[in-house]
Design a protein around this ligand. Sequence first.
Ligand SMILES: Nc1ncnc2c1ncn2[C@@H]1O[C@H](COP(=O)(O)OP(=O)(O)O)[C@@H](O)[C@H]1O
Ligand SMILES: [Mg+2]
Length: 247
Amino acid sequence: MTAPILEVEAVSKRFGNFVALREVSARFEAGKLSAIIGPNGAGKSTFFNVVSGAFAPSSGRLRFQGRDITGAAQHEFARAGIAKSFQITNVFRQLSAHENVRVAVQMKRSRYELFKPRAAMRELAERASDLLERVGLAAHASRPAADLAHGQQRALEVAMALACEPALLLMDEPTAGMSPEETRVMMDLIVELAGERTVILVEHKMKLVMGICQRLLVLHHGEFLAEGTPEDIRANDDVRRVYLGQG
Ligand SMILES: Nc1ncnc2c1ncn2[C@@H]1O[C@H](COP(=O)(O)OP(=O)(O)O)[C@@H](O)[C@H]1O
Ligand SMILES: [Mg+2]
């Protein structure tokens, strides 16, 4: 295995007496597309919340690119290069798609560009256009976010996450609520994005990720039950028992 971009060591997360994650450990290799799958309530979103810095773990360590980031503030996770898309809903509904992405780009860059307002604005606008193009929304740049179809709003959130230039992109159920056509478009986009950076998906629809991910980790009741290639997971009896049987 090459150097991992993210190492999770014996991480637990408790909510009161309830243990949502129980000493989970995992290593994620740079450049790979992985998915964490598991039934609803397994702890998948909690795992992402811990890995993105939204929740501090109750115990355990997190290392990103070799650096211990356990207990760092969420903006430090973002600055280190970890971005989470979905379930963030920080889209400004009345602003256009382009304005939303420009704001996201500006949050990443403003620190460096205080003294070149005109050139900086042009650069921000171009960068926002590039990102919209990247997610297939170039034709919808001037529409208010509120007027976009559901799948297009999700794509907009991806563009906003990419504005942070993350080395690690976390996507929580990226196709939730999408039509089959919207789902296909999003899955194609995910495969493209994964060609350029490390991507980890969370998904409860296992079939969806089987075809595109190099590695799957199965979370069940806050513990990893299995991990491996899609073939390994398909053949795993424990996984079949807790998961595949549910259809
Ligand atoms: N903020 C919270 N406070 C209390 N319990 C929570 C909180 N977040 C998640 N949980 C509980 O942790 C368990 C795992 O939730 P979650 O990580 O959202 O699962 P998944 O994303 O796999 O469906 C659930 O039982 C949920 O009710
Ligand atoms: Mg969830």
